[in-house]
Write a protein that binds this ligand. Structure first.
Ligand SMILES: *[C@@H]1O[C@H](CO)[C@@H](O)[C@H](O)[C@H]1NC(C)=O
Length: 410
């Protein structure tokens, strides 16, 4: 299952060369990197692996995007003890980068948002973007093809969200409550500027909301940006970004040089400190995460960090002219999100990815005034994995969802 980014034969020595040319030390497999090599051995889908064993109802659904990707969605129509006919409004959960739908079920049923929503009477739907373990299909390409990885979060918004939300909208005949975390909020905010998507949404709750990224402070990320990891991978013809592959492990080892980036706690180096992460559960988390993404997605995210924009993928002057009819990629205009759409945001003072300065800019540019929940000692991962997220975050999030979407049949 561990898959090398589809690289030409000489790629490994090449990255060693490139890496040593840039003054970094390749240290051999660090414990953190070694742990990443272990890949979950369970078979079957997300329902089979996580929800059904705990006694929750769960069905697998498949949708095809306009550009041929085959995505899986999971449906949890009610909680463990509820009658099937007590179904509330559909709520759609969209995971973040290097994560999958498993994120919403990875702590105990009392702690994880997916279970909690089902037990609170919501009709829960789980999104899984292209390239993750649960959505690895395509009508013509395989994961070994370069073109399978030719996308960024822009396509995740324009194609994956359109297909997944369209399916839920059709099946439930109801507007949808959209909940996203991290990249799931980048996708969500971009998608909410699109009339064909926003018409399906009744309200939106965003955990660690991101549209601007130029105040990212995570040491691992800043190091990767400074050494142009994105362009390096493109040059080397590596299109799949998989931290479980040999290449992924090399990348981590080369960035974690102990001087600029201390990866004793890799998660903190990548996301910032997290107040309430359950370290006894790491082996279990690593059964499922990290999921793969694309090099092009990394490049797009780094464009945002470098340029301070929330815009479509930058193909360079000529490429932009050809694709967009402009020299610069068009920006996603946050002020075009309908003012009537209720938005709730939860963000943390220790988040090194969704920095407070960037979150405040996002809020300023929205036409509406979102409801805010700020937690000073919360980091990026706490909002989905904190052992006390239920009390700290989900109680208020559920209040918002109840007030803004319980009667929204169309
Ligand atoms: C942390 O994870 C361990 C292992 O799964 C579990 O036994 C423990 O209850 C968890 N701690 C909390 C506070 O949830």
């Amino acid at each position: 299952m561990a898959m090398a980014g589809h690289a030409p034969g000489g790629a490994l020595p090449l990255i060693l060369l490139v890496v040593s040319c840039c003054g970094l030390v390749v240290s051999g497999a660090s414990p953190a990197a070694a742990a990443l090599r272990r890949v979950g051995s369970g078979s079957g889908g997300l329902c089979d692996q996580l929800l059904l064993p705990l006694g929750y109802p769960c069905t697998e659904h498949n949708v095809e995007t306009k550009d041929g990707f085959l995505l899986s969605l999971q449906h949890i129509p009610h909680g463990k003890n509820k009658a099937a006919d007590s179904t509330g409004p559909p709520v759609f959960l969209q995971h973040g980068l290097f994560q999958g739908g498993d994120t919403w079920f990875i702590n105990s049923a009392e702690q994880s948002l997916g279970y909690i929503l089902a037990d609170n009477g919501f009709d829960v739907w789980i999104g899984n973007v292209r390239g993750t373990r649960w959505s690895k299909g395509h009508s013509t390409f395989s994961v070994h093809d370069k073109l399978f990885w030719d996308w960024s979060w822009q396509e995740l918004a324009e194609y994956d969200l359109l297909a997944m939300l369209g399916y839920v909208y059709t099946v439930t005949q109801s507007k949808i409550l959209y909940v996203g975390h991290s990249q799931g909020t980048i996708m969500g905010l971009a998608a909410l500027t699109m009339p064909e998507i926003v018409k399906m949404i009744s309200s939106s709750a965003l955990l660690c909301p991101i549209s601007y990224l130029d105040h990212v402070s995570a040491s691992f990320v800043l190091r990767a940006v400074a050494m142009h990891l994105d362009q390096m991978l493109v040059t080397m013809g590596i299109h799949q970004l998989n931290f479980r592959s040999d290449m992924g492990v090399q990348i981590i080892d080369s960035l974690c040089d102990g001087e600029h980036v201390d990866c004793n706690n890799l998660l903190s180096a990548i996301t910032g400190e997290n107040c309430c992460f359950n370290t006894s559960r790491i082996d279990y988390y690593l059964e499922y995460e990290p999921h793969p993404s694309s090099t092009k997605n990394l490049h797009h995210l780094f464009q945002m960090i470098r340029k301070g924009t929330f815009a479509k993928y930058d193909y360079g002057l000529l490429g932009n002219l050809r694709r967009y009819g402009h020299l610069r990629p068009p920006a996603f205009d946050l002020s075009s999100i309908p003012e009537s759409l209720p938005i709730w945001m939860g963000y943390g003072g220790l988040d090194a990815l969704a920095d407070v300065t960037d979150v405040q800019r996002t809020i300023r540019e929205l036409g509406s005034t979102p409801e805010l929940l700020y937690i000073g000692d919360y980091g990026h991962i706490d909002f989905v994995m904190s052992v006390k997220a239920k009390d700290d975050v989900y109680v208020d999030l559920i209040r918002f969802l109840r007030e803004n979407g319980w009667h929204n049949s169309y």
